[in-house]
Design a protein around this ligand. Structure first.
Ligand code: MN
Ligand code: MN
Length: 446
């Protein structure tokens, strides 16, 4: 119904001349703070906490911005409504700027630390993290029609989660004295807030024309996939990698404010329901990123940066305040690691067995630790193989369209089907990690 698309109304109207002027002003602001950074030797003096955070952020976010750029370019070319194509054009330009500015800022640190090579390299590697991120982004923004992709990118990622990484983290960065990072994050998020508005009129149009179920499903799939990614990225950055003195709110508190509160109201206002798994989501905000933090640490050679444990006595107290019960659950896992370090059994601070990895999100299947652990197995047999999932929503996504997802192989699938040759060295080679590019404890066990 082409006439219906004609009624798409741009919620944010801007012309090219004005857009360019605003972008120039943003760049001037961000780059002038960076010029000051180069003089201040910030990086050399910052803690292993913040170094781990910068490395994790830049080496997963820079290239995700380029994914978004091509996602918006597809909307510019194939969007049905003229107003949508217009907004998406600016979205494309925004995302190119976000990719460029973040790589440029990250490369500032290259002379101090080769880890930042991964800001670009990770996108081209078959390391387990890029495999997981790419699968999520490809599903949402590159392998569906332009309208579906717009809804999934806007609602699943930008309206819901980028605030966590760009607004909340920016506040932590400012408290940490990293004004360059804070300013840059803000300059990115103000663009996100504009170009994320394409989906609202699209969803309203669909609801009006009897396509609510279709739009709802797109949002439910994208939102869950992005939750898993941001749970690890923002969850670990905020509750572990941010130095104690710079922390204000926990990842869970930010989730409650930005996502469970604000995003829920947005959904309601455009005629959609809360995703069916809302209770699962709330439950996961208590546990999932804590489990992933344990995983990142005990499998640290599989990351290219230098992971930190961040469970000193003060940090444990903070975690216990923000997540009552943390000490009795996750704290006990860390006790085992710490006791092994104290006894000099460093080899036992690593995991040697491959973890079970979810066939949808590509992350470790994990739940609350200790006595609260309620293992629940989600799996499906399709064709000649068995697929494993971390949660009911990840299982639901696969089973809604197994033909679509059956060919994706997790890193562990690739180990067992012979895609990756046998042996540790071959495994690291496959993931693009030379011996120098394998994570070691950022504090050298101090
Ligand atoms: Mn962006
Ligand atoms: Mn964006």
């Amino acid at each position: 119904d082409l006439e219906a698309w004609e009624t798409f109304d741009e919620p944010y109207k801007i012309g090219f001349r004005e857009y360019v002027r605003m972008q120039r002003d943003k760049d001037i602001a961000a780059y002038s703070v960076k010029a000051a950074l180069a003089r201040s030797k910030f990086f050399e003096n910052t803690s292993p906490h913040w170094k781990a955070l910068l490395a994790m952020h830049f080496s997963t976010v820079c290239w995700a911005e380029f994914h978004s750029a091509s996602g918006f370019a597809r909307q510019t070319r194939f969007g049905r409504a003229p107003g949508m194509r217009n907004m998406a054009t600016f979205g494309t330009l925004d995302e190119i700027r976000h990719g460029q500015i973040q790589i440029y800022f990250a490369y500032e640190f290259l002379k101090h630390d080769a880890v930042f090579d991964w800001c670009h390299k990770s996108s081209k590697s078959e390391n387990w993290i890029p495999i997981s991120v790419r699968a999520a982004l490809d599903d949402c923004i590159h392998t569906r029609d332009a309208v579906s992709a717009a809804i999934m990118l806007n609602m699943g990622l930008e309206q819901s989660f980028t605030n966590l990484q760009f607004v909340a983290l920016s506040a932590d960065a400012a408290r940490c004295g990293d004004h360059t990072f804070a300013t840059m994050l803000q300059s990115v998020q103000t663009d996100e807030a504009r170009h994320a508005q394409i989906a609202e009129p699209l969803v309203k149009l669909m609801v009006e024309h009897g396509k609510k179920d279709y739009a709802q499903k797109l949002v439910d799939i994208a939102f869950w996939r992005m939750w898993k990614q941001f749970s690890v990225l923002s969850g670990v950055c905020m509750d572990y990698y941010t130095p104690m003195e710079a922390r204000e709110s926990s990842a869970k508190e930010f989730m409650e404010e930005w996502v469970l509160g604000q995003f829920a109201r947005t959904l309601e206002s455009i005629g959609l329901d809360l995703p069916w798994y809302w209770d699962d989501l709330k439950a996961e905000t208590e546990t999932f990123h804590h489990a992933q933090q344990v995983g990142l640490y005990v499998y640290r050679p599989l990351q290219w940066w230098r992971p930190i444990a961040a469970v000193s006595p003060d940090e444990r107290d903070w975690l216990e305040t923000k997540y009552p019960g943390w000490k009795e659950t996750f704290g006990r896992c860390w006790d085992v690691v710490i006791n092994n370090v104290r006894d000099g059994k460093f080899d036992e601070t690593y995991m040697h067995a491959p973890p079970v990895v979810c066939n949808t999100c590509g992350l470790e299947v994990a739940g609350a630790a200790g006595d609260k652990w309620k293992p629940k197995h989600f799996s499906s047999t399709y064709g000649n193989r068995r697929y494993h999932f971390c949660s009911e929503p990840c299982s639901w996504i696969f089973n809604e369209d197994p033909e679509r997802y059956k060919g994706h192989k997790s890193i562990i699938d690739r180990v067992f089907d012979g895609t990756i040759p046998e042996g540790d060295e071959a495994f690291f080679q496959y993931m693009g990690q030379s011996p120098e590019e394998r994570g070691v404890d950022g504090y050298d066990y101090q």
